[in-house]
Design a protein around this ligand. Sequence first.
Ligand code: SAM
Length: 264
Amino acid sequence: MRVERRPVDEAESRRANGPDWDRYADEYQSTHGEFLGDAGFVWGPEGLTEAVAGVLGPVADRDVLEVGSGAGQCSRWVRAQGGRSYGLDLSLRQLQHSRRIDDETGIAVPSVLGTATDLPFRDDSFDIVFSSFGALQFVRDLPRAVAETARVLRPGGRYAFSITHPTRWMFPDDPTEAGLVASQSYWDRTPYVEVDDATGVVSYVEHHRTLGDWVAVLSRAGFLLTDLVEPEWPAAHDRVWGGWSRTRGLVTPGTAIFGARLTG
Ligand SMILES: C[S@@+](CC[C@H](N)C(=O)[O-])C[C@H]1O[C@@H](n2cnc3c(N)ncnc32)[C@H](O)[C@@H]1O
């Protein structure tokens, strides 16, 4: 596998990332499942929970969609609070884990295979749409994904999502002190791409947008930005998750959580 920065369109992003998450799902769930909690809602590797952050607002009796729901841990927490949450994910294997945990916990999250850029729901179906590191940094056509969210939300509906903090794209994805030395331009939006050496096929893609890009995409789709939470790394939290670690987390933000309200 080799790493490149090069343009990738929406179809190629999806063709790469669906199978990649299928291949990675078993390892992802066995490595991170306990930290996530079967019916837990964490916004990122810092461990900030929705119970503490309150970015979604009240969820009881609300219709809620999680885009990029993975094994449905966050949606299961919403159900435990009395919300009617549903999941959508690009990876069948992730959804199989979701079904397994439904059975183990007795809290079922009805979920569908699909993509953030083409939501299989009627207009005005939900009060809340959210993603916890789900889908958004994997799609090329972000304006379409956000427009789809606006379409399925009811007027005044809540939208919240977490992503890798955009400033992280300046640094190597390294949890040690080497990951604190800026080496890439913050303004370079060229996607991060992994290519299979043997076949030349793109096997994984992530897309970068600056903070200003995110604000512009939200406001053009009719959202009013209400929150931008940058969780601090708890001093006693010693977990390493990919490029996230205490070493870096005490110095620079690793996660950004956006909260917005659909106007009109
Ligand atoms: C880091 S996981 C987040 C899931 C869950 N919140 C968690 O913390 O485990 C990212 C998820 O986004 C999904 N995903 C990637 N591209 C997507 C797309 N275009 N539409 C919907 N889901 C997508 C992946 O399959 C994966 O399950």
